[in-house]
Design a protein around this ligand. Structure first.
Ligand code: SF4
Length: 337
């Protein structure tokens, strides 16, 4: 992050990652003033109702864009190969996430196994496409959330959560009753159903969806999903309706809002110009965007010659130009200008 920027947003972020001279005072102030979205629903009893509703929905599952309608409560898995319990691969503080999430003590990530997408180039395929990990009940998942809080993490970052929404809500109910007070980050591939998102309304503080593709056939070919753009765009609209633009506290940490990730693919396969225009024109020009250039061929990418190389410097330069042309300006890691 350069010092030459006069941009207000970038100044906020830069300030946030200076080591506070009296960090304990800063942290205690943040804890005292921040109230996660789910507090109100916990107190009204609505959180318990949502957890029950999500569990019921698994009997004819429509909790993500696939809408398999299988009975997961009878352990009949759909595309996600997941029954009623979530499977967790690992958890811990993560310092590689976006600036407003990682802060100085890390984002409290929980990695769920078996993503609902089948991205043929996935860099985390050993988690997303395997059965690695352990099934966890609500009590164990709640204990993990509380452990991450005790470690000092700034938020609970649920990675690949779409297919385990019911398990998350059941665990949250227990964890919130036991004192969890961190914001929840819904870190998703963006193939989420409106049915699931409505259950999360007033519960999730920070939505962090991918926007992977602008073209339907591309989503089918590389991630084995139908109608990715349509479902993804509907989900983005709903997420934004719930939480709005990303808000940061005075310490630069995200407290609420939408943070979008877009991975640039070789040969413009992701459709960056369309996606950035959609965000600027249909969501908000103030959308916070992580425009990611770190694509490296992984997993089955060698079976697709057009995907089997990193993104070139020239391709990244073009993607930045398209983003600038769209009018978006809040970019993670330094911004456009
Ligand atoms: S979460 Fe998605 S993939 Fe899994 S069974 Fe439900 S609709 Fe199918």
């Amino acid at each position: 992050m350069t010092d030459s920027s006069s941009h207000k947003e970038r100044s906020l972020i830069r300030i946030s990652f200076q080591e506070p001279s009296s960090k304990s005072t800063v942290l205690s102030n943040v804890v005292m003033t921040f109230e996660p979205a789910y507090f109100r629903l916990l107190q009204s009893g609505e959180l318990a109702y949502r957890a029950e509703e999500a569990t019921k929905r698994m009997s004819c599952c429509d909790l993500c864009g696939h809408a398999c309608k299988v009975d997961r409560n009878s352990q009949k898995p759909g595309v996600c190969r997941t029954g009623s319990l979530a499977r967790m691969s690992s958890f811990g503080p993560h310092l590689g996430e976006e600036d407003p999430l990682r802060g100085w003590r890390g984002s409290g990530t929980v990695f769920f196994t078996r993503c609902n997408l089948k991205c043929q180039y996935c860099q985390n395929y050993d988690i997303s496409q395997s059965d690695a990990g352990q099934d966890v009940g609500a009590e164990r998942l709640a204990a993990v959330m509380l452990e991450l809080q005790a470690m000092g993490c700034h938020n609970i970052n649920l990675v690949s959560p779409s297919h385990v929404v019911a398990a998350i809500l059941s665990a949250l109910l227990i964890a919130a009753r036991a004192g969890l007070h961190l914001p929840l980050v819904f870190n998703t591939g963006g193939y989420d159903s409106l049915e699931a998102l409505r259950l999360l309304d007033g519960i999730i503080d920070i939505y962090m969806p991918d926007m992977k593709y602008a073209d339907e056939q591309t989503g089918l070919r590389y991630s084995h999903v139908k109608d990715y753009p349509a479902i993804n765009q509907l989900a983005l609209r709903e997420m934004y309706r719930q939480v709005g633009d990303l808000a940061l506290d005075w310490n630069g940490l995200a407290t609420r809002g939408l943070l979008v990730r877009h991975l640039i693919l070789p040969n413009n396969l992701a459709g960056t110009a369309f996606i950035t225009r959609f965000l600027a024109e249909e969501i908000s020009r103030d959308t916070y965007l992580n425009l990611m250039d770190q694509y490296r061929p992984s997993y089955h990418a060698d079976q697709f010659p057009e995907l089997n190389r990193p993104v070139s410097v020239e391709e990244y330069r073009i993607a930045l130009g398209e983003t600038r042309a769209s009018g978006l300006w809040r970019l993670d890691r330094g911004g456009l200008y």
